[in-house]
Write a protein of this length. Structure first.
Length: 191
């Protein structure tokens, strides 16, 4: 059996690339420039094209237990392909304050957190929304959508997604890097 250093390196690179490229990040809200407004419609956006998860539970948490003792589910099961979601004032009614985070968790075990936003503030009713330019675009967010909110409704510009992304078939391509690494490793054994 003959092992090639180049083939082994290529196998490891393919395996590492497939593992690290799949990442779920919450783009907004979060940080000092992306807040929510109390008793108003607000938007959550995330990197849906690089997420290894097909769905998750959306929760809001706060580092101050006098504001929120434990994470509170906002959406019990959110499909990843949405890429952003309008949260209406009827879905959540948290008081103004700092230290809030949004969490995406396993729908069957909310303590299994897939992603957490940066801390953000919920400002008083009537406060201005963040500038649309403050929302990071993220290299992996779809170019066809907008993830910013308005005081009355979310902007839904863009073209409809393909059926393969809506039915989860697009996620079948995610493990291809792992398959390539396995094939390369088998090739090493027979070289």
């Amino acid at each position: 059996m003959k092992f090639s250093t180049a083939a082994l390196s290529a196998s490891l690179a393919a395996l590492a690339g497939s593992t690290f490229a799949q990442k779920l990040e919450i783009l907004s809200p979060g940080g000092p420039n992306l807040w929510w407004v109390a008793q108003s419609d607000n938007v959550i956006s995330w990197t849906c094209t690089t997420s290894p998860y097909t769905n998750f539970t959306v929760l809001i948490a706060n580092s101050n237990p006098s504001i929120l003792t434990s994470p509170l589910a906002i959406l019990p099961q959110e499909p990843n392909y949405d890429c952003s979601k309008l949260i209406t004032k009827d879905q959540i009614n948290q008081p103004p304050g700092t230290g809030y985070t949004i969490q995406f968790a396993n729908p069957f075990n909310e303590t299994d957190v897939y992603a957490e936003s940066q801390q953000f503030e919920i400002k008083n009713v009537g406060a201005a929304y963040p500038a649309t330019s403050a929302t990071p675009s993220g290299a992996s967010t779809p170019a066809t959508g907008s993830a910013t909110g308005s005081s009355s409704a979310a902007s839904g510009t863009g073209s409809p997604q393909s059926d393969s992304s809506k039915n989860g078939a697009g996620s079948l391509a995610a493990p291809s890097g792992l398959a390539a690494a396995a094939i390369a490793a088998l090739g090493l054994m027979f070289a």
